[in-house]
Design a protein around this ligand. Structure first.
Ligand code: THU
Length: 132
């Protein structure tokens, strides 16, 4: 991913954030996933009066990609209105690592950007090998 590609992915995440449904936390998040084919899939957080039913932006984007038949995930941009860029939550780390153990992640907030790689965010992940 070059900087132009990251810029496009960042914009897609920011656009998705505008659709977030977050009446309880007020914390709106957008995510954009780039797949190997070059397609981009977006998601936003969708909260619920039963708080535990809330879906994070990252998992919404993951579901959009997989629902379109795309499983080769290359990069993830996250956009929020936090004071500084935020990493994906633990549940999203586990969800994403299922298909993309070495996913590149950039998180944006304000003028800030922080880069992560998923393998470092979730070492010793539980995965399919442990089901054998
Ligand atoms: N949230 C996300 O969508 N992604 C993250 O990476 C962190 C948290 C959402 C869940 C909830 O709707 C709100 O942000 C506050 O936790």
């Amino acid at each position: 991913m070059d900087d132009d590609a990251w810029d496009g992915l960042k914009r897609a995440a920011m656009n998705a954030r505008a659709h977030a449904y977050a009446p309880y936390s007020g914390f709106t998040v957008g995510a954009a996933l780039q797949t190997k084919s070059g397609a981009v899939f977006t998601g936003c957080n969708v909260e619920n009066a039963s708080y535990g039913a809330t879906i994070c932006a990252e998992r919404a984007a993951l579901a959009a990609a997989v629902s379109a038949g795309e499983r080769e995930l290359v990069a993830l941009a996250i956009a929020s209105g936090a004071k500084s860029p935020t990493p994906p939550c633990g549940i999203c780390r586990q969800s994403l690592i299922e298909l993309a153990p070495s996913l590149s992640i950039r998180s944006y907030a304000g003028n800030g950007c922080v880069e992560y790689d998923l393998a470092s965010l979730l070492p010793d992940a539980f995965d399919r090998d442990q089901l054998d």
